[in-house]
Design a protein around this ligand. Structure first.
Ligand code: ATP
Ligand code: MG
Length: 240
């Protein structure tokens, strides 16, 4: 069973379509597979469907047609608990992620829910806070943090679960240069498979092996990250 699980890509989309109620189709036949340990940038203009695509990787949205698989497991209502143990998701808006009275409780929430012993929870919280450079924020209320601090803490709430698969929506937006750099270094040090929606081409170049470009719910380019980010036609399409 173990070997069988590992023979599958970590994330696979097969002809996925998704339409929001009352809106147009946001995904119009998306197919790709991400192998274990790969870091993939998801690029594309505002409204291309990046966030919509990411929300399918842990079943927050379920495909209207086609199939999403995580480590070979189809993402559907009955597999959500299993899928969410594998996939750590950081939302585009950190306010969607933070809900406990203090930062440390938010970062401890995932590991506590996994039933880990208290000392393991504590060491994971400490490591996650250190990884995002937010040790000083532990006792603060998440509501009262700056945008960049919230973003760092939101990432820590996911790192503390040590997921095999990390899905990040615009992780560097609103970060100052130093915080952004240290976040990129943290991400580079992780062996987790990563799928990262971003407008930050510098981060994509520094971190990602591969890039997928979305436009109007379709994949319009998929290749080696630096080939994509150095392609003048794609750069001009993205508005750089
Ligand atoms: N909750 C919703 N209800 C209806 N339509 C939505 C909803 N969320 C997004 N959309 C629409 O779906 C399309 C894709 O949006 P999505 O948020 O996935 O884009 P994105 O690539 O993440 O953009 P951005 O770079 O601005 O974050 C857009 O046309 C958007 O207006
Ligand atoms: Mg988005």
């Amino acid at each position: 069973m173990f070997y069988e699980m590992n023979s599958h890509p970590d994330i696979e989309f097969r002809q996925v379509r998704y339409g929001y109620a009352g809106g147009g189709e946001a995904l119009r036949g998306i197919s790709f597979a991400v192998e274990r340990g790969t870091k993939v940038a998801l690029l594309g203009p505002n409204g291309a469907g990046k966030s919509t695509l990411l929300l399918h990787t842990n079943g927050l949205l379920l495909a209207s047609a086609g199939e999403v698989l995580v480590a070979g497991l189809p993402v559907e209502s009955k597999s959500l608990a299993q899928v969410r143990r594998r996939v750590g998701m950081v939302f585009q808006n950190p306010d969607d992620q933070l809900f406990m009275p203090t930062v440390e409780e938010d970062v401890a929430f995932g590991p506590m829910n996994m039933g880990l012993p208290t000392d393991e929870v504590e060491s994971r919280v400490a490591a996650a806070m250190r990884a995002v450079g937010a040790e000083g924020l532990r006792k603060r209320s998440p509501m009262q943090l700056s945008g960049g601090q919230k973003r760092a803490v939101a990432l820590a709430t996911v790192l503390s679960m040590q997921p095999d698969i990390l899905v990040l929506d615009e992780p560097t937006s609103n970060l100052d240069g130093r915080t952004r750099r240290s976040l990129i270094d943290t991400m580079a040090s992780l062996s987790a498979t990563c799928l990262i929606a971003t407008h930050d081409l510098g981060m994509a170049r520094a971190l990602c092996d591969r890039a997928i470009v979305l436009d109007e719910g379709r994949i319009v380019a998929d290749g080696v990250c630096c080939d994509i980010t150095d392609n003048m036609e794609i750069l001009s399409f993205l508005g750089y």
